[in-house]
Design a protein around this ligand. Sequence first.
Ligand SMILES: CC(C)(COP(=O)(O)OP(=O)(O)OC[C@H]1O[C@@H](n2cnc3c(N)ncnc32)[C@H](O)[C@@H]1OP(=O)(O)O)[C@@H](O)C(=O)NCCC(=O)NCCS
Length: 147
Amino acid sequence: MDSLEPVKLRVLTLKDLDAVTEIDELLLGTRRRAYWEARLERIETSGVPSLSAEVDGEVIGFILGSASGWEYGIPESVAWIDTLGVRKEYQKKGIARLLFQEMSSMFKKVGIETIYVFVNWRDWDLLQFFDKMGFKRGDMVNLEVKI
Ligand SMILES: CC(C)(COP(=O)(O)OP(=O)(O)OC[C@H]1O[C@@H](n2cnc3c(N)ncnc32)[C@H](O)[C@@H]1OP(=O)(O)O)[C@@H](O)C(=O)NCCC(=O)NCCS
């Protein structure tokens, strides 16, 4: 691993819309500003901590998470990582690990015992990352139907 740049973690807000939109576009190749605007508007009032990572005042990564509250029969002690992303040029420096560990410790403080995440099984980067963070295959089954 390269040496870690001075990284500052803080709560993600709607002010990060441009940065998050850009990082997502750079990673996935599609510009989804309206989608991210709706997402970031919701996290501002949800009380669940989502985080950004900054280097020299520039947002270079983010993580979005949420606690469940008994949706779909899932107990309150479960939280989700919704998504995370780190700018290509800052990857493999431990930034996603920092974001995950900080979010994880905040979840712990509010009584969360298990974190769920959905990952496309072809998404090798994310699978490898979550494997390193200690994730194992869980008991939930992904069901889908084409309509
Ligand atoms: C997955 C992702 C978040 C990892 O970010 P990162 O900052 O590079 O990860 P870290 O440097 O904190 O890595 C933590 C550990 O996971 C491992 N890891 C991370 N990415 C890996 C990869 N692609 N292959 C193998 N191992 C990987 C690291 O080697 C490290 O392990 P180590 O400490 O034993 O060396 C980043 O690759 C990414 O943003 N990918 C795109 C995600 C995406 O599509 N998001 C949706 C759009 S926003």
